[in-house]
Write a protein that binds this ligand. Structure first.
Ligand code: SPD
Length: 361
């Protein structure tokens, strides 16, 4: 849609690129916007991810009855908003769960945005997908059964495919629109769905895990969006308990765990809950992802009671797995050195994390 980037994004497009105003419920407001609205009750909000003067920013515009437009920060990172220059808006829609936006950026390729938050860009998605996948799978010998929670873009599946020991991959994604959009606009990630070992379950992960037989999985990877909206439950104790139940003894979890700069308290809470829930080891690792807030993202890695897991020294090094580093496309970020280095923490975070450890929380 040439030229659209220069105006506020008001036009909804269908998967075929046609206008799609009718599909968008004016009452359905992204949950992150709801928090912002609480302090601006006069607005009968019609909120949009915002493209202003050709730039996408991680905040929302809400136009009220007065047609006055107000811009809100995302409550996950108040006081800042990362921006990307927009070449062309490719898709905008609203699912039952969230607002979905795809645009072509001038410097990071295509970008997937959910509820106004960047989920991935073509240029740097590899760092996140490789790390969230290989940190857990290279930490245990011969993983066979793996569950992905979220991950509807398929990037994590693509990375799991490198592990020939894996026999069965379940993925539970709540939002079919994310899968469809990825298949159309991000084929390099959605290729992960083509692996015959993959079984797709579209639905709520909490329900899925409740009906999962105890001890079914060697590894579970939680590739969620931020804990506002549909992913809220995924950082709470009952969720971690269902995960621990679904893992075999000595099984591993790798859970997306935000930014050490922006979310120290959330990370502390997650680590504290995980220490109570998982009786093996609990560690925090991180990776550099330029388009995520503060330029990095973290992961909590946990193991259940059973054969001990030494996350810091991969027992199943990727370099020794036949064809793994080249499988369809080369690994570009992850290697065994990066694996161990990812657990090195700056002093301020190390202090918090080891305090929790000392208190046995
Ligand atoms: N702040 C954004 C965090 C997004 C994490 N999920 C990304 C999904 C990529 N598969």
């Amino acid at each position: 849609m040439e030229g659209s980037a220069g105006r506020d994004l008001e036009c909804q497009k269908t998967m075929d690129g046609k206008e799609n105003n009718g599909n968008v419920s004016e009452k359905a407001i992204p949950s992150c916007c709801l928090k912002a609205r609480a302090s601006a009750p006069e607005l009968d909000a019609k909120c949009h991810s915002t493209v202003v003067s050709g730039w996408f920013s991680e905040f929302h515009s809400c136009s009220g009855k007065t047609s006055k437009k107000v811009y809100f920060n995302n409550p996950m990172w108040p006081g800042e908003a990362h921006s990307l220059e927009v070449k062309e808006i490719l898709y905008k829609g609203k699912s039952e769960y969230q607002e979905v936006l795809v645009f072509e950026s001038t410097s990071y390729g295509k970008v997937l945005v959910l509820d106004g938050i960047v989920q991935l860009t073509e240029k740097d998605e590899l760092a996140y997908q490789e790390m969230i996948t290989h940190l857990p799978l290279c930490s245990i010998p011969s993983p066979k059964t793996v569950l992905v929670v979220g991950g509807g873009d398929g990037g994590v599946l693509r990375e799991i495919s490198r592990h020939s020991s894996v026999e069965h991959i379940d993925i539970c994604e709540i939002d079919q629109m994310v899968i469809d959009v990825s298949k159309k606009f991000f084929p390099e990630l959605a290729v992960g769905f083509e692996d015959p070992r993959v079984r797709l379950h579209v639905g709520d992960a909490v329900d899925f895990l409740r009906s999962t037989p105890e001890g079914k999985y060697d590894a579970i990877i939680v590739d969620s969006s931020d804990p506002v909206g549909p992913a809220q439950e995924l950082v709470e104790k009952p969720f971690f308990e269902t995960i621990a139940r679904a893992l075999r003894p000595g099984g591993v979890l790798c859970n997306m765990a935000e930014s050490m700069w922006l979310h120290t308290h959330l990370i502390e809470d997650m680590i504290s809950i995980c220490r109570e829930t998982f009786k093996g080891s609990v560690h925090y690792a991180w990776a550099s992802v330029p388009t995520y807030p503060s330029g990095l993202i973290g992961f909590v890695l946990c193991s259940t009671e059973g054969p001990p897991v030494d996350f810091l020294n991969p027992v199943n090094p990727i370099e020794k797995l036949e064809g793994a580093t080249k499988n369809k496309r080369e690994l570009k970020y992850y290697n065994s050195e990066v694996h161990s280095a990812a657990f090195a923490l700056p002093t301020f975070l190390k202090r918090e994390v080891s305090l929790l450890q000392d208190q046995g929380r």
